[in-house]
Design a protein. Structure first.
Lengths: 195, 575
């Protein structure tokens, strides 16, 4: 009924890791679609609040200062760039990887600064819908950053144990998740903070 | 098209690795089956309490009542009634149907029917079950919190579900439990999709997969895409309840700024409408297969069945608005949603006609799985057709929130999915546990269940059409509903009959587990891959990865000599 032989890859070692690469990249793609749907829903809620309000921000609220969010954007951008170098560059990979992890920590610190700053300016979670959005969306994003941070630490542990060569698809997929969170932050920065 | 060599793992030896923290998809499937059956019992008891209250308001529930509600001498109190219908819906949908149809049969059938040794991510699979257990414990724990469990309906619309409507910790636990369960189901979905794409046996194209696998696959895709939508809504609801944000609060309740309670309804139904297809698609797939297996005929238009299920999957994502016609939607929007919803009846009619085409002039064998499948054809027909009245804006405005809606979704969700689940249980029990269930008591179970459920759900549609509203503790305080008391008593007696019939099932199940006659390798004479291996399936499933050479429904080929079916591993017999 079907020519079956075409499906069978050769059983050499290279095809084993090739198969694992395909499988883990399919798994990662589906997982990223799921994560994306979570953030898409949040952004949809934001869009509805934004476009149905007569003035934005509503109820006399004001936009937070752009300094700290801009800093966060810069930090997460640098971390993505560093990860990209770590993935692609043959030399000094360890250095780039350390920069990524350091930047992840800095990003979380900048988020805490942002929350403390809001709090100091008298903007609380209960101060209306705009404050709710500011706090909740950054919380949810930061929670995913923490998750990705643990994945990075796990990757560091793996690299320590087995060198760098055999984990290419793992590096790629964790990198995809990390870049994905960077893109989500960028969209949030532009739509919620800047516009 | 296996992407990589699948190793044969060593057989797990210790009790823990064999039965508790097992990586084996078959064990995880059975764990989900126990989990689902347990919650089916809990949710069923709740249904009986609800029914009793509606038929005999103010009377003590027999036997159990005085133990559960000592303060009221066994009468279900009004606030408990609200908790009961909320928890009944939640438990049945998320903790009974989902684990049985998707968790148990998804896990058990996918690798066996596509010729794989296990799921592609076994660890994720195990985590998925244990996270579901955590979620189940959280939900059950909410029953014993000071102000009781969630009581805002299974939809938990704000403001019923915000601190204003339900101040207790029970609603918070409900929200978190559902979020955790969503994580578990999404993990399962990632696993199912990746497994079906990558681990199909060599030679098995997508249309050579059994339709069961098609149903489970489409379900997993919907799960992966739409569970996070509910997750987002639940997270924001949790923040509203725990941290004082104001997403779903409106008016005076919010200190400043203004939230939007309707937003939760949108988010809920963007997830919720695909969810009803998440629940029904596996049952459709299973029934499509079983009808062919027991009619001893190729499935009529198997390809178009698969494609119409796919079309329904796509359409299900754009019809959610029909749940919200009465939320002051603009007429343009309601009519668009009405049109889109009506469109679903086209692919539904296609595969329904295919079911009838499959049994048309077949050599029907009325074994228990078959009569349950035929039951699904009947009840799903009824449930589907009554859906048209609810999809139409004009009739929906009158029927919205009545027992007609309850009758409709019980015909599709409860009746079809339950009967489909029973069909699957009777059908795969031999492969799962190596023994046969009793045929006679299986048939008794079917007829009593069928009689009971039609009494219940048909009755619900009649009282609903007569104007009885759902979720009311004692509808008979309204004079115009008082003449519905006898009909409500009939419904409750039918429900008790249906409940009693499940005792037969449980006894049959346990008896078959311990003392049932040993099953042969292929008791139903079916050609799909799971019947080519010993019974019960060994821990590595397939000694050699099978090579698939024909479709799953090759029955009654006149060129076959000694049998009327052929295995998927055999070359199609041609003249």
């Amino acid at each position: 009924m079907k020519t079956t032989l075409g499906y069978n890859h050769s059983t050499s070692n290279s095809s084993v890791s090739e198969g694992q690469r395909v499988v883990s990249s399919i798994g990662t793609t589906i997982a990223l679609v799921s994560f994306a749907m979570l953030f898409v829903t949040l952004m949809m809620g934001f869009a509805i609040f934004r476009f149905t309000a007569p003035v934005w921000p509503p109820q006399g609220a004001s936009k937070p200062a752009l300094l700290i969010p801009s800093l966060s954007t810069l930090i997460i951008f640098l971390s993505s760039v560093a990860f990209n170098y770590f993935e692609k560059q043959p030399k000094e990979r360890r250095k780039y990887f350390n920069v990524t992890i350091l930047m992840a920590v800095f990003f979380l610190i900048s988020q805490f600064l942002f929350w403390f700053n809001l709090h100091a300016n008298g903007i609380f979670t209960s101060s209306g819908v705009f404050a709710s959005i500011l706090y909740s969306f950054t919380w949810i994003h930061a929670a995913h950053i923490v998750l990705a941070f643990f994945l990075l630490l796990w990757l560091a542990h793996k690299l320590e144990k087995s060198g760098i060569a055999p984990n290419q698809h793992l590096i790629k997929n964790i990198g995809l998740f990390w870049h994905f969170l960077g893109i989500v932050w960028l969209i949030m920065f532009v739509t919620i903070f800047v516009l | 098209m296996a992407f990589f060599e699948q190793d044969i793992h060593d057989e797990p030896k210790t009790f823990l690795s064999k039965y508790i923290f097992s990586f084996d998809h078959k064990v995880i499937g059975k764990q989900f089956l126990w989990y689902g059956i347990f919650f089916l019992g809990v949710g069923g008891m709740m249904a009986l309490l609800i029914r009793w209250t509606l038929a005999f308001p103010g009377q003590a529930f027999p036997v159990l009542g005085p133990i559960l509600f000592p303060d009221t001498n066994g009468v279900v109190p009004p606030d408990t009634y609200a908790m009961l219908f909320t928890m009944h819906g939640t438990i049945m949908i998320f903790y009974a149907i989902t684990p049985i149809l998707i968790g148990a049969f998804g896990n058990y059938c996918i690798p066996l029917m596509i010729g794989a040794r296990d799921m592609v991510f076994p660890t994720l699979n195990m985590l998925s079950f244990w996270i579901a257990v955590v979620s189940g414990i959280m939900l059950l724990a909410s029953l014993v919190t000071p102000l009781g469990a969630a009581a805002g309906g299974w939809t938990s619309y704000p403001t019923l579900s915000t601190l204003l409507g339900s101040p207790g910790v029970g609603q918070t636990l409900w929200t978190l439990a559902l979020f955790v369960l969503g994580v578990s189901s999404t993990m399962g979905a990632v696993n199912y999709i990746a497994t079906i794409i990558t681990l199909r046996a060599p030679g098995m194209g997508y249309f050579d997969m059994p339709l069961t696998i098609w149903g489970l696959w489409l379900t997993a895709i919907l799960n992966a895409i739409f569970l996070p939508v509910l997750g987002a809504g639940l997270l924001l609801l949790t923040f509203d309840r725990m941290f004082g944000t104001t997403f779903f609060l409106a008016g005076a309740a919010a200190t400043s700024g203004s939230g939007d309670p309707i937003l939760f309804q949108h988010v809920f139904w963007i997830f919720g409408h695909p969810e009803v297809y998440i629940l029904i698609l596996p049952a459709w797939g299973i029934v499509s297969d079983l009808l062919s297996f027991f009619a001893r005929k190729p499935a009529f238009g198997a390809k178009s069945t698969a494609l119409s299920m796919t079309a329904i999957t796509v359409l299900s994502t754009v019809v959610y608005g029909h749940h919200m016609y009465s939320s002051q939607m603009s007429p343009l929007l309601t009519q668009s949603f009405m049109m889109l919803t009506m469109t679903i009846s086209i692919p539904s009619a296609v595969f329904f006609a295919n079911w009838l085409g499959t049994i048309w002039k077949g050599a029907l064998k009325f074994d228990t799985p078959m009569i349950f499948s035929l039951g699904v054809v009947f009840v799903f027909g009824l449930g589907g057709l009554t859906g048209l009245y609810l999809a139409t804006v004009t009739t929906n405005i009158y029927l919205h929130g009545t027992y007609f809606v309850v009758g409709h979704f019980h015909y599709t969700m409860a009746a079809s999915v339950l009967l489909g689940g029973f069909a699957a249980t009777y059908f795969w029990f031999p492969k799962m546990f190596g023994r046969m269930m009793n045929e006679f008591w299986g048939k008794v179970h079917f007829w009593l269940t069928m009689l009971g459920l039609n009494g219940v759900f048909m009755g619900m549609m009649i009282v609903g059409h007569a104007g009885m509203h759902r979720r009311i503790y004692n509808p008979f305080v309204y004079e115009f509903l008082q003449r519905l008391i006898p009909l409500n008593q009939f419904i409750t007696i039918s429900a008790l009959l249906m409940g009693a019939a499940q005792i037969i099932f449980v006894v049959n199940f346990i008896h078959a587990l311990i003392k049932g006659p040993k099953a042969s390798q292929n008791p139903w004479n079916v050609g799909t891959l799971e019947w080519t291996i010993p019974t019960p399936a060994p821990h590595y499933n397939f000694k050699e990865i099978p090579v698939v050479k024909c479709g799953p429904h090759e029955f009654g080929n006149p060129l076959l000599k000694d049998k009327d079916f052929q295995y998927q591993t055999e070359e199609l017999v041609k003249a």
